[in-house]
Design a protein around this ligand. Structure first.
Ligand code: ADP
Ligand code: ADP
Ligand code: ZN
Length: 228
């Protein structure tokens, strides 16, 4: 009727950055602030591993070595999740896409549903410092809130600020050996996506070495602009 180029569809935001860049932390903040669904392929894969599905079994070995799970498996779990009803209000993709193949498949998937990528937000960090962030990371096993031993401790030792749970978890792959492989995988296979989205004019760069809240404000400003 109005002939606009982009009829209103659910916003799609991508967070790009190496392991430890703050993708999960910021995606969770965007979920709270804007009501978008945080869609983390890492979380979806860990759920598949825990459920003991066939895809989970295959992914498990790859994840513990610090490599990337095959595009085939990741695309299947991502597209299944994206089709669920709660994603209709918009999504923040956290840790996806991670390869050019995944990025191309996402373009095709969104084309079919008449959606587009509103922004690919690259969290720019000092990769070397990510080792420290990952080594101190822990998560509330009940509500999913993320913490850090030094950079984002709980107010009361061992107790989740959000839900009061004491069920804190640390990821098996957050160890010094695996981290180096994960950073290599990022540089070799994921970093090229920055140029991919830059060429499509959807790239937004954010300095992500500062204070968590301040970075959140910069991202929220971008999101407000690109989702109107
Ligand atoms: P990613 O999802 O990109 O791997 P996370 O959001 O899990 O990263 O963050 C990794 C760790 O670093 C977590 O322990 C988190 O609390 C902490 N963290 C996140 N953002 C910052 C920041 N800007 N400064 C310091 N620590 C941070
Ligand atoms: P990080 O906090 O290190 O960014 P994630 O939770 O996003 O970690 O991912 C953990 C692991 O799950 C990765 O090291 C990789 O093995 C696998 N993984 C997650 N997302 C993808 C993806 N989009 N493609 C391939 N493998 C993935
Ligand atoms: Zn909690």
């Amino acid at each position: 009727m109005d002939g606009s180029k982009h009829p209103e569809t659910a916003p799609v935001l991508i967070l790009l950055g190496p392991p430890g860049a703050g993708k999960g932390t910021q995606a969770r903040m965007l979920q709270e602030q804007f009501g978008f669904v945080q869609l983390s392929t890492g979380d979806l894969l860990r759920a598949a591993v825990a459920a003991g599905t066939q895809a989970g079994e295959t992914a498990k070995t790859v994840m513990s070595s610090g490599g990337l799970v095959s595009d085939e498996i990741v695309l299947q779990i991502l597209s299944d999740r994206l089709a669920e009803e709660d994603c209709a209000g918009g999504v923040v993709l956290d840790g996806f896409p991670r390869t050019t193949g995944q990025a191309e498949a996402l373009d095709t998937l969104l084309e079919t549903s008449g959606q587009r990528i509103n922004a690919a937000i690259a969290l720019e960090v000092d990769n070397v410092k990510m080792v420290l962030r990952i080594a101190g990371r822990f998560t509330c096993g009940d509500c999913g809130e993320g913490y850090h031993d030094n950079f984002k401790p709980t107010r009361v030792d061992g107790v989740c600020d959000g839900c009061g749970s004491t069920n804190m978890t640390r990821r098996a792959d957050d160890n010094a050996q695996t981290v180096m492989s994960r950073l290599d995988a990022y540089q070799e296979q994921t970093e090229p996506l920055i140029a991919y989205y830059d060429a499509k004019a959807s790239l937004q760069r954010v300095d992500a070495m500062g204070d968590i809240e301040a970075i959140g404000q910069k991202i929220a400003q971008i999101v407000s602009k690109v989702t109107v």
